[in-house]
Ligand binder design. Structure first.
Ligand code: SF4
Ligand code: SF4
Length: 433
């Protein structure tokens, strides 16, 4: 287990103040913008779930930057509570991106003062060619996939020929996977394999660069972020795949997409989200899901992961996700959170917050999300993101909620009638079968 340093311990330590935040903040102003507006509107703070934590909020952060309070901004542990979700920028009339200042401040902290959970995850990511934040080496990943596949073939009659290729040259899709699955819940990989089987996808995992997560980006360590993305890009280029397919892990998409641009890497492939393909395959009739299984009218809502909706694709992918969910659960059983799509609130699981060891702060941040979910009255939240999944699960438990959190792949296979008994761990008794 990585050593966890708590928020309180962080607070007692100071980082080196060497950033001129005023200069950095002024660079973030778009052409012709007037900073006077910033001092009055407060739209960023009112929509920021981190407002008030550590007596800080985004408007105050900007104001302190303009006042030259560099030491305070360089040492506030609040920078590890801002999830870099960019909702502040989304609502700001001047399009000021506070998260860029926060990212700058993170990078400025000495490595040994940063939250050890984030630093450790980054170190593990760099420790092997897997780029796994849980330190799973390539050989272990390959053997877990082979073992799980053998078991499914032997025990699930309809899937005796199921495939989970590894290092297949020229496959159309290079599929990534969050390490949590092969490490902690390997049976969660199977619904994805079954979906690929149903649609006849030409896909492969890789022994190198297969992992999805990237805490080096969250630690503000540019060199490490670059190194991780470079390894992943090289792995896809080497296999000659056309599409790098991101599978239900939000920050993985963002860190790869932004990393390739930021570091000028040559990627001979395009990046896509599995959500886009779920919608495409349903529209093409390749994924024949429907809501007939939902005979009791169980209600569902969706969480828009900041990293793939607001920060990457925008509302287009949020619409695709709603199309998938409505088809899956029935129009009348879908209840949207308010606000939603690109205006959705971050859940508090992103930006490395789950690994930062600041549990009380993280749960305080998550209260706004909990209230949003509770207001829908939904029995389940669907989300294509691991961090959202873990955080909503935790705050649901902590605040006494009664909802489950489920991946889209689980419900797709449930609708298709192909979900195995041990692939139902996130379903409640109503759907466990
Ligand atoms: S929303 Fe933008 S303009 Fe308004 S206070 Fe925040 S940073 Fe300033
Ligand atoms: S990026 Fe998100 S958490 Fe950070 S200040 Fe903006 S709204 Fe708040």
């Amino acid at each position: 287990m990585p050593e966890i340093r708590t928020g309180n311990e962080l607070m007692t330590e100071s980082a080196v103040a060497s950033i001129n935040f005023r200069e950095a903040a002024l660079k973030l102003l778009p052409e012709g913008a007037n900073f006077e507006a910033c001092l009055t509107c407060g739209l960023c703070s009112s929509g920021c779930p981190a407002s008030g934590i550590e007596n800080m909020d985004p408007r105050k952060f900007i104001r302190m930057a303009l006042l030259g309070m560099d030491e305070e901004l360089s040492t506030t542990p609040w920078i590890w509570c801002c999830t870099l979700c960019k909702r502040c920028q989304y609502v700001c009339p001047m399009s000021i991106d506070v998260s860029q200042l926060v990212y700058l401040a993170r990078g400025n902290w000495p490595e040994d003062r940063k939250p050890s959970g984030i630093v450790r995850s980054c170190q593990l990511t760099r420790s092997s060619d897997s780029t796994s934040a849980m330190g799973m080496p390539p050989a272990d990943f390959v053997s877990v996939v082979e073992e799980v596949l053998a078991e499914v073939r032997a025990t699930q009659p309809g899937f005796s020929q199921l495939r989970a290729p590894i290092d297949k040259r020229g496959a159309h899709f290079f599929v990534n996977q969050n390490s949590r699955e092969p490490m902690n819940e390997p049976e969660e990989m199977v619904p994805l394999w079954k979906i690929f089987d149903v649609v006849g996808a030409d896909w492969t995992y890789a022994s190198k660069g297969w992992a999805a997560e990237n805490f080096c980006m969250f630690s503000g360590n540019e060199e490490a972020w670059r190194e991780v993305i470079r390894k992943r890009v090289e792995a896809v280029n080497e296999l000659g795949c056309e599409v790098w397919l991101n599978t239900e892990c939000g920050h993985s998409y963002y860190s790869m997409w932004q990393g390739i641009e930021r570091f000028g890497l040559r990627a001979n492939f395009r990046l896509e989200s599995i959500v886009t393909y779920y919608a495409k395959w349903i529209r093409e009739g390749k994924l024949p899901i429907d809501s007939r299984w939902n005979t009791h009218g169980i209600k569902f809502t969706v969480q828009d992961p900041c990293m793939i909706v607001r920060k990457a694709y925008g509302d287009a992918i949020a619409e695709d996700m709603r199309f998938v969910v409505r088809t899956l659960v029935g129009e009348e059983n879908f209840v949207d959170m308010q606000p939603n799509r690109s205006a959705n609130y971050c859940c508090g699981g992103g930006g490395g917050f789950l690994q930062a060891g600041m549990t009380d702060h993280r749960r305080a941040y998550g209260k706004r999300k909990f209230d949003q979910i509770a207001a829908t009255g939904a029995a389940y939240v669907l989300t294509p993101c691991h961090n959202c999944h873990s955080q909503m699960h935790d705050i649901g438990h902590y605040y006494g909620g009664h909802y489950g959190v489920v991946h889209l792949w689980t419900l797709i296979c449930l609708s298709l009638g192909i979900l195995g008994k041990n692939e139902r761990i996130y379903l409640g008794p109503d759907l466990r079968g």
